[in-house]
Design a protein around this ligand. Structure first.
Ligand SMILES: [Zn+2]
Length: 214
């Protein structure tokens, strides 16, 4: 359901716990990044996605979130929602739904679990596995993404793992899962928006990588 108008009122979020903020904030960040690398990306969705990433990425891990920080997260989440409304989501979302419905991870936490793996996978994807037309344009955008999330010269898997661990969104051994059930529960409709082609082995590797995300 799309609103004609929306009102963003930061004080409504002031009482949210750290964990709720991490889950919802990371979901918004993931939506923005998934919109940016999406095969359906447009100039308009890129415009929303870049603003959202720049607002959310540096703000979300702060220990003490001020009213102004909460405002940035709220505006960022709104922009991420606009971006994803154009492109739809990709593989981290496609793999997240079973982790929520069957194993009880809240949505943003479930999305975070395979995010380090697919961040590296899409950033380092090669031309022959690229699913859309303009690989050079995609590569330029991924260079920009690396800068925005500070992995320009660093390993994206390790850095994103650290980032989600700092948010408290790593693997939770009390919510362990069956790898095959998670891999087979994938939403193909969403997975096909991913820019770099994915096979079954890659999906299983991504699921196995979750337990490394402490
Ligand atoms: Zn989401």
């Amino acid at each position: 359901m799309l609103p004609n108008e929306s009102m963003l009122y930061p004080p409504f979020t002031f009482g949210n716990s750290r964990y709720l903020t991490s889950c919802t904030g990371f979901d918004a960040l993931a939506q923005a990044i998934e919109a940016y690398w999406n095969v359906n990306a447009t100039e308009q969705s890129d415009h929303y996605a870049v603003q959202a990433i720049e607002l959310i990425f540096p703000t979300l891990p702060k220990n003490e979130l001020t009213g102004n920080d909460r405002k940035k997260l709220l505006i960022g989440a709104n922009l991420a929602g606009r971006a994803i409304n154009i492109t739809k989501t990709t593989i981290p979302h496609a793999l997240s739904y079973v982790l929520t419905s069957k194993y009880g991870y809240p949505h943003g936490h479930a999305v975070a679990l395979t995010f380090p793996f697919f961040l590296k996978y899409n950033l380092e994807g090669s031309r022959d596995r690229f699913r859309a037309n303009d690989f050079d344009g995609y590569a330029r955008k991924m260079g920009h993404l690396r800068q925005m999330i500070n992995v320009d010269t660093l390993d994206p898997f390790e850095e994103m793992k650290r980032y989600i661990a700092s948010l408290g969104l790593g693997f939770d051994s009390s919510r362990d899962f069956d790898d095959m059930i998670v891999a087979e529960g994938i939403n193909y409709e969403r997975a096909k928006n991913t820019p770099i082609a994915i096979d079954q082995d890659t999906i299983l590797l991504a699921v196995k990588s979750i337990r490394e995300n402490y």
